[in-house]
Design a protein around this ligand. Structure first.
Ligand SMILES: [Zn+2]
Length: 396
């Protein structure tokens, strides 16, 4: 979590800024400014990825590209849920339309476009102030989510903890899970009440997570950073638009203009080519049913695709996604001790599939997941001090 505590002076300054903006003649955001948590810079509640998750996702996305699979692109249908507390937060249709227009302008060239499929309106004080991982979030999404397999569910509300928003990653849940989607502060829409964050950049940022991107400051100056090779490393998130910011010894100024940094909306101008590639391979791997265009589904890998780089390699995991049971096929170039364990996205061990001496050759291990919740799991095989990991998706 990137939330930092407010100083009294900053809070007062922001309170004045919010109050003066809200008193402007044209206010499409309901009749009163939200007076709960205040926004302290850009604060995003997207989950902090574990090293295990990053490793498995990185491997899966590299494999997708290496296999030359079709880029996943197309039109994404948006199901917009306006959450209000009475009239507060009950944003006008014109503000939603302006946000969708901003998305299409800023995502031009990514292969993705957005079309507003539906708008529904709910007044609920608990949903209105929901926070990431809370019961209110689960209840809200369970009550309101529409066709998560094919639609991008967007919730405008006034999140607690001073957050501008948060998102789920494509691999965080099974493809049809109602948890998929983003929550954004209603004051971040174009023309909204939050100074410096009211041009629409928040949804562009959160949609980036939703399509598979990490923050550009993920991991600081240390490899693999955000797992995108053409975004320079940066040690810290950016506030404002500080030209020349350079916080890591590696080549390149900090990517302050990137949508996946924390800069002001006015500072946002770019996704890099490799971020675009990552979004497309993330959707192709984990959310192939999201865009309207057909995406090649996962298929069994040929034997020769098995990598013999270490002491153990995956030949295949099939089926994947799976509904109750899948087969983990391993290749051992020589006999030895092998450990195969399955972890959830939080990094907790859920099952040990193998722990013992195995002969050279191919081995098939059954992974039965009847007792497990739908979602992404990571299978990690270790032998002779080397590990390989693969993501598998359980759907029910
Ligand atoms: Zn974020």
């Amino acid at each position: 979590m990137k939330h930092r505590s407010l100083t009294a002076a900053f809070a007062l300054g922001l309170l004045l800024a919010v109050a003066s903006t809200a008193s402007a003649a044209r206010n499409p955001f309901g009749d009163a400014p939200h007076s709960g948590d205040l926004i302290n810079g850009r604060s995003c509640g997207a989950p902090e990825p574990t090293a295990m998750e990053m490793d498995a996702v990185g491997t899966a996305l590299r494999r997708y590209i290496e296999e030359g699979r079709a880029s996943a692109t197309g039109q994404i249908k948006v199901a917009w849920h306006v959450i209000s507390n009475g009239t507060t937060g009950n944003v006008a249709q014109s503000a939603i339309d302006a946000q969708i227009a901003y998305m299409n302008q800023r995502y031009a060239g990514t292969g993705f476009s957005f079309v507003l499929a539906s708008v529904d309106r709910t007044s609920n004080s608990k949903y209105f102030s929901m926070t990431p991982g809370s019961r209110n979030e689960t209840n809200c999404k369970n009550a309101l989510a529409i066709d998560p397999l094919h639609r991008f569910n967007v919730y405008s509300a006034a999140p607690g903890q001073g957050l501008l928003g948060w998102a789920t990653f494509p691999w965080s849940y099974a493809e049809s899970s109602k948890m998929h989607g983003v929550v954004i502060h209603y004051g971040s829409l174009p023309g909204g009440s939050i100074a410096n964050y009211n041009e629409g950049g928040t949804l562009a940022h959160e949609a980036g997570h939703y399509l598979g991107l990490y923050h550009t400051f993920q991991g600081g100056c240390t490899a693999p950073g955000d797992q995108v090779d053409d975004t320079p490393y940066e040690a810290t998130s950016t506030t404002g638009c500080p030209s020349g910011k350079d916080t890591c010894p590696a080549t390149g100024l900090d990517p302050i203009h990137n949508y996946m940094d924390y800069s002001y909306d006015a500072c946002y101008t770019e996704f890099t080519p490799m971020q675009i590639s990552r979004m497309q391979s993330s959707v192709g791997t984990y959310r192939p049913n999201l865009p309207n265009a057909a995406v090649a589904q996962a298929k069994p890998e040929p034997v020769e695709a098995a990598r013999m780089t270490g002491a153990v390699a995956f030949r295949n995991i099939y089926p994947n996604p799976f509904t109750s049971r899948t087969n983990v096929q391993l290749v051992m170039p020589r006999a030895g001790q092998v450990m195969v364990k399955v972890y959830n996205v939080a990094g907790a061990l859920v099952e040990t599939l193998a722990d013992g001496e195995y002969a050279a050759g191919e081995h098939s291990l059954a992974f039965s997941a009847k007792q497990l919740a739908p979602g992404t799991y990571f299978v990690r095989a270790t032998a002779a001090g080397k590990s390989v990991a693969r993501a598998v998706v359980l759907i029910k």
